[in-house]
Ligand binder design. Structure first.
Ligand SMILES: [Zn+2]
Length: 144
């Protein structure tokens, strides 16, 4: 059964390994094999040294809210049913230049509209949780 959400490719894409990590409960970040700098989103070439050597490393899954928006209709039908919901940008604790876009949820099983939008604050500490949607496991964030 399809939920109607826009979902990433799980195979044959530069980010496939990232999504496979999420399915295992690991928040991975791509790391340059030459200069060692992290990058997100995954891409084939390092933006700092142009090396194509790369691998993934697990992260702490902890960060802070760097920015957020509250989505309101008009939206695609699957998303409109959940509006208003939040979309947050999280800066990773061990490397704040690495930022993830996701949703703040009230708990590990919480929906993307489970947090009162007026309670969201930039700088609030969060930690990752993993939620399946169709065949994909999404990293989402809950307060810590
Ligand atoms: Zn590099």
């Amino acid at each position: 059964m399809s939920t109607g959400f826009l979902l990433p490719l799980l195979e044959g894409d530069e980010a496939s390994e990232f999504w496979q990590g999420c399915a295992r409960g690991e928040l991975l970040v791509q790391v340059c094999g030459n200069c060692g700098r992290r990058r997100m989103p995954p891409r084939p070439m390092c933006p700092f040294c142009r090396s194509t050597e790369r691998h993934y490393e697990a992260t702490s899954g902890r960060g802070t809210i760097w920015s957020f928006v509250i989505a309101h209709p008009p939206l695609l039908p699957a998303y409109g049913e959940l509006a208003p919901y939040n979309v947050i940008v999280v800066a990773l604790d061990e490397d704040p230049s690495i930022r993830f876009v996701g949703n703040l949820v009230a708990g590990p099983e919480g929906a993307i509209n489970s947090v009162d939008p007026t309670s969201i604050e930039i700088g609030a500490p969060v930690e990752v949780v993993f939620q399946p949607v169709d065949d994909v496991t999404f990293p989402r964030w809950m307060p810590r």
